[in-house]
Design a protein around this ligand. Sequence first.
Ligand SMILES: [Zn+2]
Length: 171
Amino acid sequence: MHKVKLPKVHVCQNSRNYMTLALKQAHKALLKDEVPIGAVIIDSTSNAIISTAHNATIHLNDPTAHAEILAIRRAAHKLNNYRLLNCILIVTLEPCLMCLGAILQARLQGIIFGAKDPKGGAICSTLDYFSLKGVNHKFWVIEGVLAEESIRLLQHFFRFKRKQGEVPKWS
Ligand SMILES: [Zn+2]
């Protein structure tokens, strides 16, 4: 069982609202034939939304264009700062190893994610972020917010792709 540190109460109360925004981004990705994952970055002090993004790897021909990476890039650009010290990332699916690296580099204060990703999640599924050695930044984690909605979108997408016979491309 991994440790989960809880943030300030107001974030917990609003986490479903922010996840709903992230799910809207995931839905946008679905409409564009991208893997439906969405992300939102907020300022933890003002609760203002700094950036939103969805997966765009196919349209951008960019393997790094995950929702989290794009949201971090946009937030850093908007705040004119390569560190996002007072920011929280809300994302519909557990971040992968690449995105974990970006979260650490950005010095995000905390993350809230929806569904766990047993195949690629780097927070608590395929590896346990809390027990990693050599990590010079710690962020808090809340998991499982509107997870069913996130899974439903992903299942819908992959079922459709399987029907089209495109599974090898997507798996
Ligand atoms: Zn990722």
